[in-house]
Design a protein around this ligand. Structure first.
Ligand SMILES: Cc1cc2nc3c(=O)[nH]c(=O)nc-3n(C[C@H](O)[C@H](O)[C@H](O)COP(=O)(O)OP(=O)(O)OC[C@H]3O[C@@H](n4cnc5c(N)ncnc54)[C@H](O)[C@@H]3O)c2cc1C
Length: 296
């Protein structure tokens, strides 16, 4: 039986609980935010929680309810999913989604980053899905899912993370749907009014394919610490983009100018991620300053 549970310390972005369970003292580490859903006594102390409620949510398949579907671009949609339980998540993490696919004996699983901020609400998450032509899972998620549908979902997962404990300034580099986890970082920084300088270099084919385009414009106007730099690879004339080519060394050098010891977060297709890692090192960043997520 569970005998006692105390909040013993708050470290970085985690709250640690010391649990005496079957006479053994064990530490459980819970992402900040998750504690709000745990039962509390009148002194606001967490009480009588089975350890299974503290750990393991991220390891179980859950039945998430799709509460909204948002069209982002001609080939990308956001699915807003209500989770039955959550341990919270850190901006940059992803969930696994599995769905039945015709002709396949078992459900097929794919990873999708969270685009929403865990603050103030981590129990409803947005995942952003770009339809891959000929793909098994993404066309079903983009075309066939409606509000009220349920999806098998498991997470959060991943070490591609950022929050205020990491500091800044921060350079975010994305291509296509690689912007999804970076958007979670931006929305989180806005939601907590962190004012940590952030620059997003975002590569899209053209203006119609810019995911979260109008929200990014709006956030940039309202937040002087945020700068959005677009590059369009298939529209050489649109003046909404500062660049009109694939991301290269000169572009990365220009975008990072004036930033002292930045942290860099890169997300997108593997080739793009590897190239940008190399450019960043060529302009003097250390390996420890660079974080990457490859969508392979
Ligand atoms: C950590 C992580 C996070 C991710 N987050 C996101 C996200 O936020 N948003 C997002 O959109 N994606 C994300 N992805 C990518 C996502 O997980 C899927 O890989 C993507 O949606 C494609 O899945 P699919 O089943 O539709 O395509 P798949 O069936 O995996 O096919 C992928 C491509 O390969 C081609 N292909 C398949 N089989 C063959 C074959 N035999 N020969 C030749 N070509 C073939 C298909 O035509 C298709 O173009 C993420 C990936 C990772 C690893």
């Amino acid at each position: 039986m569970l005998q006692r549970i105390d909040t013993i310390e708050s470290k970085d972005f985690l709250i640690s609980y010391d649990v005496v369970y079957n006479c053994l003292s064990r530490n459980f580490y819970i992402p900040l935010g998750a504690s709000s859903s745990l039962p509390k006594d009148s002194n606001n102390k967490v009480i009588a929680v089975e350890p299974s409620e503290l750990v393991g949510i991220a390891k179980r398949w859950q039945d998430g309810e799709v509460v909204d579907v948002i069209v982002e671009t001609p080939d990308t949609k956001t699915l807003r999913i209500k989770l039955p339980a959550t341990e919270g998540f850190i901006p940059g993490q992803y969930y696994n989604v599995r769905i039945p696919v015709e002709g396949r004996p078992r459900p097929i699983q794919r990873a999708y980053s969270v685009g929403s901020s865990p603050h103030p609400e981590a129990g409803i998450i947005d995942i952003g899905i770009k339809e891959m032509e000929g793909g098994l899972v993404s066309p079903i998620l983009v075309r066939k899912i409606s509000p009220g549908d349920h999806l098998q979902i498991r997470g959060p997962v991943g070490k591609f993370i950022w929050d205020e404990t990491f500091g800044g300034p921060v350079v975010l580099v994305a291509a296509g749907s690689g912007v999804v986890p970076l958007m979670s970082m931006i929305r989180y920084a806005v939601s907590k009014n962190l004012q940590i300088p952030m620059r997003l270099l975002f590569s899209s084919t053209d203006a119609s394919h810019v995911i979260y385009g109008s929200e990014l414009d709006d956030l940039e106007q309202k937040n002087p610490w945020l700068k959005i730099i677009h590059t369009f690879t298939r529209d050489p004339f649109d003046s909404r983009a500062q660049f009109h080519r694939r991301i290269d060394l000169a572009m990365v050098r220009e975008v990072t100018q004036g930033l002292e010891n930045p942290l860099a977060y890169i997300c997108g297709p593997p080739e793009m991620v590897e190239n940008v890692e190399q450019y960043l090192m060529e302009i003097g960043l250390e390996d420890s300053q660079i974080f990457s997520e490859k969508y392979d």
